[in-house]
Design a protein around this ligand. Structure first.
Ligand SMILES: [Zn+2]
Length: 322
């Protein structure tokens, strides 16, 4: 994978802290989705574990290679397990016990928790104890796109590093260099995310799905299709992608409306606009946007997806007609 130029500032501050021997025991990487939080954690692990110290991270020595392959004995990765999709207290205990052992490399012991908001309440309390009494030469790296979902006491014990998604042009340039030409802009628009989320997808397929979703929402509005029929179709095929496309498209509509009505008083009053002027009704669009996000968050649960999508599509039909 090509280097990620937008990580340079964060990398420089980590490098400077290491050189001054001031790297704290815990880093909190606050990333935008798809911006490369894991890549920064990997780079940091290589920096600490690389055996070619003057050139660290060299990227070529066995330690750097093992980190890259996710197989370094001194670099643990702690991720959600099982159906709960949470990081559980036993996982924290295992990781902490491992951190206390003598390292293979003798340079550092690292544990990476991602996504950190998946750490459940019991596990967070166990982690907090470790943060309060750190073991020498250990580094905890927490990666999250939603730091507000972590305990304030955990956040306050970490050095926070912000990894913002690169500007659109930079993201497209990076994707074109690493993956070749493609409709990257449309794919980025559809998923509303940073370029790292697109390293293994077909951008043309995503762009096509987005076009289809927009068309189908239009058909619902014109009552050319009924919500149950469309819901059945969506539930069977790429539902998560379709919901992502729906969310990004509704976001675009809201932004367009907000930009067209720079006077906030006008926008506020549009909530009460008469039937037929739905297009100005930003309040209803915001409500619908919230409903799409809620449903996306339920995709990994046992919720009845056909029914849930059908109820969402009925809502869309109403946004347009109320
Ligand atoms: Zn190396």
């Amino acid at each position: 994978m090509n280097a990620l130029p937008w990580l340079a500032t964060a990398q420089q501050s980590i490098q400077a802290a290491v050189q001054a021997d001031r790297l704290p025991h815990a880093l909190l990487i606050h990333e935008d989705a798809g911006a490369g939080g894991l890549e920064l954690a990997r780079w940091t692990s290589q920096l600490l574990l690389c055996r070619d110290r003057p050139r660290a991270p060299c990227g070529a020595c066995p330690d750097c290679q093992w980190v890259l392959a996710g197989q370094h004995p001194d670099c643990m990765s702690v991720q959600p397990e099982g159906k709960s999709r949470q990081i559980l207290v036993d996982q924290i205990r295992t990781a902490v016990a491992e951190l206390r052992l003598t390292g293979h490399s003798g340079r550092a012991k690292i544990a990476v928790f991602a996504p950190a908001e998946a750490i459940n309440a019991n596990a967070a309390n166990a982690l907090l104890k470790t943060l309060e009494e750190p073991t020498p030469s250990t580094l905890l790296i927490l990666i999250t796109a939603q730091p507000s979902r972590l305990l304030a006491t955990i956040r306050s014990r970490c050095l926070t590093l912000r990894v913002a998604a690169p500007a659109r042009a930079e993201a497209i340039e990076w994707l074109t260099q690493s993956r070749g030409a493609g409709p990257w802009e449309a794919a980025l628009d559809a998923l509303n995310t940073g370029p790292l989320s697109l390293t293994e997808v077909d951008p043309a397929a995503i762009a096509a799905t987005r076009r289809q979703v927009i068309e189908q929402l239009g058909q619902l509005e014109q009552q050319a299709v009924e919500p149950p029929a469309l819901a059945e179709q969506w539930a069977k095929d790429e539902l998560e992608l379709r919901l992502a496309c729906t969310e990004s498209w509704v976001t675009d509509q809201i932004l367009t409306l907000a930009a067209a009505h720079a006077d906030p008083t006008e926008l506020r009053h549009r909530h009460y606009s008469p039937a037929g002027s739905w297009a100005l009704n930003i309040g209803r669009l915001l409500e619908f946007h919230g409903a799409v996000r809620e449903l996306r968050a339920l995709m990994h649960t046992s919720v009845n997806k056909s029914l849930a999508v059908e109820s969402l599509l009925w809502r869309w039909a109403q946004v347009r007609t109320r």
